[in-house]
Design a binder for this molecule. Sequence first.
Ligand code: ZN
Length: 284
Amino acid sequence: MINLLTVDLEDWFHICEVEHLLPREKWDRFPSTVVADTEKLLSLVAQTNSRATFFVLGYVADNYPDLIKRIHDLGHEIGYHGWDHELVYKLSPQEFRQILHRGIECIERLIGKRPIGFRAPQWSINKGSRWALEILAEEGFVYDSSLAPLKIIGNESYPRIPWKIETARGNLWELPPLTLKTPFGHYPAGGSWGLRLLPYPILKQRVREFNRRQLPTLFYFHPREFGGRKGPIGLPASKKFALYGGVWGSKSQFVKLLADFRFTSIENYLSEFKSPPAFTCSSI
Ligand SMILES: [Zn+2]
């Protein structure tokens, strides 16, 4: 059974809710670590010959076009992650469409192929921005991975397995991140938090359970979680922890995970499994 490896390709200063400390107009002056961090991630992924989907931020593609071409040449999928890390629910439908057009054009120019997958920054498509799913379908996207079955940043009632979204303008596959049910709610087991804080045997068992049911698990990472350098800006302790807390230990967990299970891109998965075992859901 196949599992899904995804990366939000962005720099350390592309984090949400600290815009006052890391304003857009200062980005070009911050020391970027995205190329070096991504190279480390690529070398780990190459050890097991795994493939991944890289949801690329337009800002990064524009500044480091060779990095995007290189990732594509290595056989990974290039998806889209917005241009300037805009939260979708804060955009108008017109603004969202413009951002999609800008990214599609940029990615197509770099790799000769349109992206078919989208991930909203911070899982920011929700019930209030459902229109975004219709626009994605209309603009030719095949799948979305922006609905987290998690409290606060998503909704725990969203399906926790691949599912099909029917919109007025076409259908989309929805690929949610792996979560773990706990007495306190769903835990984001598929993110770097899963590797940082969960004992590896628990994570491994969860992946096995999914795979036994012929379902893929979906993991999501960021290049900064694999690099050695830290952003120099005086962020609050909570944000520093969110960026870097426990990431050293998580790298060895990541290597184990890739060695223990087969991972590929979402595009490969959808082409290999023409009809994922999906169902429709009315909570979005
Ligand atoms: Zn992001």
